[in-house]
Design a protein around this ligand. Structure first.
Ligand code: NAP
Length: 259
């Protein structure tokens, strides 16, 4: 059976680079995002460079019904999915009392609820054939929730906890679930405000190609979780050795914008 991977958030950033990386390995793809024109260009690029089939589906994953619609659309094409990468996601930055509630709730839907729904739908089929790989994109903030990223940090803590527990449940089932935990990456994710924070000045965003390469290595051959970059691995461990009170001060300083 030929590998076929569903990759959400494939129109830009690490999603686009992971699509390119999977294509170099001759893996067929189902690419999902809202921007169809960009997906069409990616399909043309990848199919002309590699001997693969790329299916593109435009879907707004902030809609509660989107995961089931996506799953049904794929099933109706009689495609057998062997891999799923839940990469689509976004964050916002600011005082929780000031960020629009609708945006916070959309974020929870995309980063958490749709990710859970897609995982359940495709996992059931993968378990039935005792084969499959699922990778969820968590974050450095899964380990150290940052002020001014309250909802985003919480969604990514969820992603990591969910993925790690699922990985343990699925041991020996033939289905492997992993979590990629990047620190800052140079993508459209970062708003101009985020880029002004001390965190981005002290921990320079990584090249999305580098993160994608490590992500695909984890997805295809790895187990467990991967924190991308030594710097980020070191930072992720700080809460273990630093009292909460001090840690929160450090995080607040890093997440602030220096005037
Ligand atoms: N950049 C970082 O510093 C960083 C660090 C750690 C983790 N991450 C995580 O990495 C993942 C990818 O982010 P990125 O940095 O590559 O950002 P990005 O360049 O902004 O890409 C985000 C992708 O998600 C898709 N997406 C967003 N909202 C969507 C929606 N409602 N429905 C369908 N697709 C949607 C976007 O496609 P459309 O706009 O075309 O729909 C795009 O393809 C996210 O889960 C993010 O939380 C990023």
């Amino acid at each position: 059976m030929k590998e076929l991977v569903v990759l959400t958030g494939a129109s830009s950033g690490i999603g686009l680079e992971m699509a390119r990386e999977l294509a170099t390995k001759g893996i067929d793809l189902i690419l999902v995002a809202r921007r169809m024109d960009i997906l069409q260009n990616i399909k043309t690029e990848l199919e002309s460079l590699f001997r693969i089939k790329v299916t593109i589906i435009s879907k707004d994953l902030s809609k509660p019904e989107s995961a089931k619609e996506l799953y049904d659309e794929i099933k109706s094409q009689k495609l057998i999915v062997t891999g799923l990468i839940n990469n689509a996601g976004f964050g916002n930055y600011g005082d929780f009392s000031e960020t629009p509630l609708a945006e916070d709730l959309n974020m929870i839907q995309v980063n958490v609820a749709t990710m859970v729904s897609l995982t359940k739908l495709f996992l059931i089929d993968m378990k039935a054939i005792s084969r499959g790989r699922i990778m969820n994109i968590a974050s450095l903030l899964s380990f150290l929730p940052f002020p001014y990223y309250s909802v985003y940090s919480a969604t990514k803590a969820f992603v990591l906890a969910f993925t790690e527990t699922l990985a343990a449940e699925l041991e020996g089932s033939g289905v492997i679930v992993t979590a990629l935990c990047p620190g800052p990456i140079d993508t459209g994710f970062n708003t101009s405000e985020m880029l002004k924070t001390n965190a981005y000045k002290t921990n320079k965003p990584m090249d999305p190609k580098v993160v994608a390469k490590q992500g695909i290595e984890l997805f295809l051959n790895g187990k467990g979780k991967k924190i991308v970059g030594f710097n980020n691995w070191f930072i992720s461990n700080l809460p273990r050795i630093t009292p909460d009170r001090i840690m929160m001060k450090i995080k607040k300083n890093l997440a602030s914008i220096k005037s």
